[in-house]
Design a binder for this molecule. Structure first.
Ligand code: 1PR
Length: 553
């Protein structure tokens, strides 16, 4: 199809969208100049991150007026996430005005009862029966399906009101809040969720936009009132984690440690090799993983910006994997051999452009938190967390925590935050605090996990990936005391990690802690427990999970 254009203002990962479009057999051209918008026959506007940043970028590049004229011309338009929010009059997130096409402003979710951002897979409720001319049989809802779930990541959302209800194609419920998940009117279609990150269910939505005429049979439009449910439709995420490093031959392999030791304990003492990163990621996507995380575990060794080892892995993975990808390891300021320093947000930017949706920061987050306290709890605006969150949005910044237990007989023995632990210490100690480590657990710091996560939330992090060195690779279940204490300390989503050994462990962590997601590595790599078995068991226990969706229509 000629005339298919994408409006990109450089705020995040559009590679996945391009890959999904290519996967469907289409090519797309980037808008480079305002005149390209006028030339377009079909236009997609994806957006991530901050509403104000998006609107300022549109205006400074001279795109805002041509975009309004394009939409008024009646040619098909699709907005995604901030691309949908920009259609509103404004947002509580910024003073900046929106395009003013849909009445109303987007408002922040209430974080007193649930984690914010709303990050994960959720259901939709369809409010409109829409038929497209000439394709009545093929496509009535842009393939949005109430039985499927779609991937959302946002803190602000549009609400249905009297003035905009004729726009609302679908709503979604998060906690007790109902918000607009998709809009459609005439030639305009937009989703708050990311179709390109929503597995094949989402790719099918893109397909319907690409193949459709976009012309709606107005006589067929029937609008329904949204129904607020007393049941949350949000699902818990199951994440597959791939620890990646170069083996002794220099090849990047997926490895897995026992309490962070990744070398064979018998015989060769080689780095354990559990497969190739791109192949394994594809396998986990097809088996139903809701997200894939890559951790470059030897990144404490300096890498020049031009030689980041995981870029190629991400580029290739995002060609066939349509769920969110996180990359961790080495997200900090890096120095090239010629002495040039590249700030962390530049490093992160390279990863986003290569297909990552989120970056996870380990060691550098510990140093950021230490400096935050040394600075009297004041922000400098210069840390990796702050600069990446500012440019790409909080939702793109995950903090990977590598804590280990330090036992004490009594909480009065330490100034650190302690918990009563079900695992008694070597000398009968009933309490412990969780010490933060850096460089993959090689060095312990005088900072506890609660100090770390609360500082990181204040600095703008959007999610916590909570490992536990004592549990890693042990198959003995998640560290529930640790997870509970962190879940209570922050209002951003928490991923429980380390120790998963069987399907029951996932139910336990969801039932006994408020974790939004559970991550596992060893049991998936060693084929001990399939992802599908985890999902089925969790679902049977009454905890909602994303149905596995392997069909491209
Ligand atoms: O410090 O920002 O460069 O990031 C380094 C990253 O590499 C951190 O996220 C750190 O967790 C990770 N890392 C460093 N060394 C290791 C190691 O294993 N030697 N991996 C390592 C940590 C832990 C998990 C694991 C879960 C689940 N891996 O993420 O996947 O514990 O395992 P299980 O289900 O088998 O129990 P920086």
């Amino acid at each position: 199809m000629s005339g298919l254009y994408m409006l990109d203002y450089g705020a995040g990962n559009v590679r996945s969208l391009v890959n999904a479009i290519n996967h469907l057999g289409y090519d797309i051209t980037f808008v480079k100049d305002p005149s390209d918008i006028t030339k377009a026959e079909k236009l997609i506007f994806p957006g991530v991150g901050d509403f104000g940043f998006a609107m300022r970028s549109l205006r400074s590049k001279g795109y805002a007026e041509p975009l309004k004229e394009y939409i008024a011309s009646g040619k098909p338009f699709m907005g995604i996430c901030v691309g949908m929010q920009s259609l509103f009059e404004g947002s509580d997130e910024s003073e900046e005005l929106g395009l003013g096409i849909i009445p109303g402003k987007t408002a922040k979710f209430d974080n007193s009862t649930k984690a914010v951002p709303h990050m994960g897979w959720n259901h939709t409720q369809l409010l409109k029966n829409v038929k497209l001319q000439q394709q009545v049989s093929q496509d009535v809802h842009y393939n949005i399906d109430e039985d499927k779930t779609y991937y959302f990541v946002h803190s602000y959302a549009g609400r249905v009101n009297e003035k905009n209800k004729d726009w609302v194609l679908a709503t979604t419920q998060y906690g007790d809040e109902l918000f607009i998940a998709a809009v459609q009117k005439d030639n305009v279609f937009a989703t708050q969720f990311h179709p390109e990150k929503s597995g094949y269910a989402g790719v099918n939505i893109l397909k319907s936009f690409l193949t459709g005429t976009g012309i709606v049979d107005q006589s067929a439009v029937i609008c329904k009132e949204p129904v607020k449910s007393d049941k949350d439709t949000f699902t818990k995420r199951i994440i597959a984690c791939l620890d990646v490093r170069a083996n002794d031959n220099g090849d990047l392999v997926v490895t897995k440690g026992d309490q962070y030791d990744v070398r064979e304990t018998e015989g060769s003492n080689d780095v354990r090799n559990l497969g190739k990163p791109v192949d394994l990621a594809k396998r986990y996507f097809e088996e139903g993983a809701d997200e894939i995380t890559f951790l470059n575990i030897t990144s404490f060794r300096n890498c020049p910006l031009g030689d980041l080892p995981m870029l190629e892995v991400l580029k290739r993975t995002s060609e066939t994997v349509f769920v969110p990808l996180t990359i961790g390891g080495g997200i900090r300021d890096v120095t090239d051999p010629d002495g040039t320093v590249h700030p962390a947000f530049e490093v992160a930017g390279e990863y986003f452009r290569s297909g990552a949706d989120k970056v996870s920061i380990g060691s550098d987050a510990v140093y950021c938190a230490e400096n935050f306290y040394a600075n009297g709890g004041k922000k400098t605006g210069k840390t990796a967390i702050e600069t990446i969150a500012e440019a790409y949005g909080s939702q793109a910044v995950v903090i990977s925590v590598d804590p280990r237990r330090v036992y004490v007989k009594d909480p009065s023995e330490t100034t650190h935050n302690t918990v009563k632990n079900s695992k008694v210490g070597p000398n009968g100690e009933e309490y412990c605090w969780y010490q933060c480590t850096v460089m993959g657990g090689r060095e312990g710091r005088d900072l506890d996990v609660i100090q770390l996560v609360t500082a990181c939330e204040k600095l703008g992090a959007g999610e916590i990936l909570l490992n536990c060195m004592d549990r890693d690779g042990t198959n003995s279940g998640f560290e529930l005391e640790l997870i509970n204490s962190v879940r209570q300390a922050v209002s951003i989503p928490v991923i429980a990690s380390s120790g998963a050994g069987c399907v029951e462990d996932f139910v336990e962590v969801f039932e006994k802690t408020g974790a939004e997601a559970a991550l596992a590595a060893g049991i998936f790599h060693r084929h001990e427990v399939p992802i599908q078995a985890v999902k089925e068991f969790v679902k049977q226990s009454g905890v909602p999970v994303r149905p596995i969706d392997a069909t491209l229509l």
